[in-house]
Ligand binder design. Structure first.
Ligand code: HAX
Length: 441
């Protein structure tokens, strides 16, 4: 018997009911600038961060330095004969604020290639982990194992001036970004391809090299990887992975420590892990229905069942967005252009389109889900599945490699702007009750 546990839940249950009632009856009341509901419910819409790299509009979606995703798919430099942007370009844009030329992205790609050697001990650490370790845990552990290489940590230990922080954080960030594709591919091949590894090809760009090291040489997979790495790179500053990286970095923890924190946040099912959850949810539905393409009625029934069971419908909803995520639309366009448009149909991708037709009105009908529209994760797994990357536990690692571009560009900016340690205030429920005039019982 655990008496402390019993005591805890005997206090927590009534308190949770009380908090729910406070939000319902007094949620609109102000605590300074903000409402009681905002303080209890994840600080939604509070502006408390400065992020230079991108800005999210609830109705329009993300803009990277002012450019929308369709604009970037058009304007960013591409590989020779390529049709999708090179992610080198979005990093260049986020860091410098300027659209790169073809020469700029080539220079950046070469710069990363020179930094791409992963120290052997990182692989040794991965090799020692239990076989059942989730790929995201492996990814985070690998980043932590690479922290031995931090130039910022070494320089800080020796003693450096505040005005030079950005320089070491820039070097660490560039090294980390350069090495992540190798780390991700190593995890993939170790876990799913009999631990047989593939060396990088120095002639390939950053995203194509990742596909190559994972074992995929198809030009369409390169194309997909370039788009995937571009559209997942950043989503302004308040999302869990960006905010965690910024927060931990604000303590002057080096980029390896800060990025690993961000990845631990990305590994949550309400954030990046949703891409794996979506595929598991679709597989589960197919299994229950005996395989093949379900009807719209069957999909509607499965969505309702998911809600009745008190679970979320993965890939739908967003803390900020109030319309279909343009990252979803870009992937839908990819499917229509390069898969369906090439005469190849795909059941899982088709199910994704059907869920898009069926889910929003059902979710809206609940009256409580603020955004019934799909987010980025509703589509990404289906495209990977189409090209034979069926190991859905791995999907969030790919998201993580891409997310490094945005959160590390922001970290360099944080140190260049001299951002201080982050330390928001907090309040107790007793304090809230006093402030808004609820009498003590
Ligand atoms: N299915 C079922 N219920 C949902 C829902 C969904 N897709 N989206 C929101 N809700 C529920 C919430 O759980 C909440 O319920 P309670 O009041 O009982 O707690 C209620 O609707 C209000 O939530 P909200 O204000 O609309 O949404 P939040 O800002 O609290 O949460 C989430 C945003 C993205 C976490 C949420 O929509 C969700 O859980 N979606 C499914 C998981 C998912 O796709 N996550 C990926 C999001 C994008 C991302 O970060 N990618 O990496």
């Amino acid at each position: 018997m655990d008496t402390l546990k019993d005591k805890f839940i005997s206090k927590a249950k009534p308190m949770a009911a009380e908090v729910k009632a406070i939000i319902k009856e007094h949620g609109d009341k102000k605590l300074g600038e903000y409402t009681v509901a905002q303080v209890y419910q994840g600080m939604k819409s509070m502006i408390g961060l400065v992020t230079e790299t991108s800005k999210l509009d609830p109705d329009e979606g993300i803009r990277f330095r002012g450019y929308t995703i369709p604009e970037l798919r058009d304007k960013l430099p591409k590989a020779p004969k390529g049709t999708e942007p090179l992610p080198e370009g979005i990093f260049y844009l986020m860091l410098s604020g300027e659209l790169p030329t073809q020469e700029d992205v080539l220079g950046l790609g070469n710069n990363w290639a020179r930094r791409a050697i992963v120290p052997k001990h990182v692989f040794d650490v991965l090799d020692e982990l239990p076989a059942a370790t989730h790929p995201m845990t492996m990814f985070s552990i690998a980043v932590m194992a690479m922290q031995t290489e931090s130039l910022f940590a070494a320089a800080y230990r020796k003693g450096i001036s505040k005005k030079d922080y950005w320089d070491y954080v820039y070097e660490d960030s560039m090294n980390l970004i350069a090495r992540l594709p190798r780390v991700a591919a190593y995890i993939y091949r170790k876990k799913y391809k009999n631990n047989v590894h593939i060396e990088p090809d120095p002639k390939l760009d950053w995203a194509a090299n990742l596909a190559h090291m994972m074992g995929y040489e198809d030009l369409d997979v390169r194309r997909l990887m370039r788009m995937y790495m571009t559209i997942h790179a950043d989503h302004e500053g308040g999302n869990v992975s960006a905010h965690s990286t910024h927060l931990v970095g604000s303590a002057l923890s080096d980029p390896y420590l800060a990025f690993a924190a961000g990845m631990n946040g990305l590994a949550g099912p309400l954030h990046g892990l949703a891409n794996q959850e979506v595929i598991m949810w679709i597989m589960h539905m197919r299994e229950e229905l005996g395989g093949g393409l379900p009807t719209k009625e069957q999909i509607a029934a499965f969505i309702k069942k998911t809600l009745e069971e008190g679970k979320v419908v993965p890939g739908y909803g967003h803390a900020v967005l109030r319309k279909t995520d343009p990252r979803f639309t870009a992937q839908q366009d990819f499917y229509n252009r390069y898969i369906k448009g090439a005469g190849k149909k795909d059941d899982i991708c088709e199910i994704v389109q059907m869920v898009y037709e069926v889910a929003p009105p059902i979710l809206a009908e609940t009256g409580k889900i603020k955004n019934p529209w799909p987010n980025v994760d509703a589509h990404s797994g289906a495209l990977l599945m189409h090209f034979g990357i069926t190991e859905f536990d791995f999907y969030t690692v790919l998201f993580g490699v891409s997310r490094a571009l945005g959160v590390l560009a922001s970290l360099v900016w944080d140190r260049a702007l001299g951002s201080p340690i982050e330390r928001p205030g907090s309040v107790t429920t007793e304090g809230i009750k006093k402030k808004i005039g609820i009498p003590a019982v």
